[in-house]
Design a protein. Sequence first.
Length: 364
Amino acid sequence: MPHDLPRFWRRRTFTSYLLLPLSALFALITACRRALYRAGILRQYRAPVPVLIVGNISVGGNGKTPLVQELARAFQAEGIAVGIISRGYGGTAREATDVATCADAAVVGDEPLMLWSSTGAPVVVARKRAEAAEKLLRDYPATRLILADDGLQHYALARDAEVAVIAADFGLGNGWLMPAGPLRESAARLKRVDAVVHSGAGQGRADGYSRPPKASYGVAPLRRTKAYCLQRRALSETFGERLYILQYASEGVRPLGGGVLQPLACLRDRPLYALTAIARPERFFNSLRAQGATLAATRSLPDHAAIPADAAAFAEDGWLVISGKDAVKTAAWPETLKARTFVADYRVILLPELLPALRRKLGV
């Protein structure tokens, strides 16, 4: 489960029941808030270009950012000028900030910086998504589509399409609203989105990663588990054609300082360590093991946390592997540490039906 989420959010326990009255209050507040926006009492900002929200109804890492990253690349490949907005979790920016003018993860957050560096699309962060969208369009008037990384519950920003992401290894947890459960909104909210993406489903592997098509490295996927198949069947029956399975491909590792992508097996001449600051560290560690890696030790930090050089001291006698999200926070590392650090590369494999469906809904 996510690195910093309580265990009683996975299944209903005595603690969950104790917190139910607070969850009922939370449900009342969120329902009133939605009603005020629908009635027009609370003002929404309507951007002059289509807005696509990629979010979720639960707390924790569900795979939203990798999906936004791949969608941006896919839209760009079809000639659509894309801009990205984000809350900038983990950053200190208080005003709407263009990541291109402040490429510092401590200020704008690690995920926006990763999106900007990996897609080349303009990225603006702000605590209020509407402010981020306004600044994005002012600074980049050629933008024809706004992708919002998270923000499903940010109703101050009007949207033209919504994608909800559900993590295959966590689902909706115990199914209850915060604080008794992990949900920001009830499961009924999923009936109103345009697409539900089952993230990390891979080909039935618990970690959600699989060998890329025609790859020369990686390992064959494990068989589908019974729990996964039951979850997949339930989702299919509920959402039908609106359900899409998101698969990750393990593409190998590249040197932190830049260089050629290579199989993870190339690092077997020294002890191999893994370090990450993401919401689901075990998924990352398991993906490395699934590629044949024997990890001498691992270390995880809270999601979005800074990664000082001394956090890697446990790996001083071997190679260190980090994620792409972690890589944008290593600028201050000494060159000696960077020289023995590699970044694990993964990419999202989009089902071919998803992009055309979104284009039709968005009118782009």
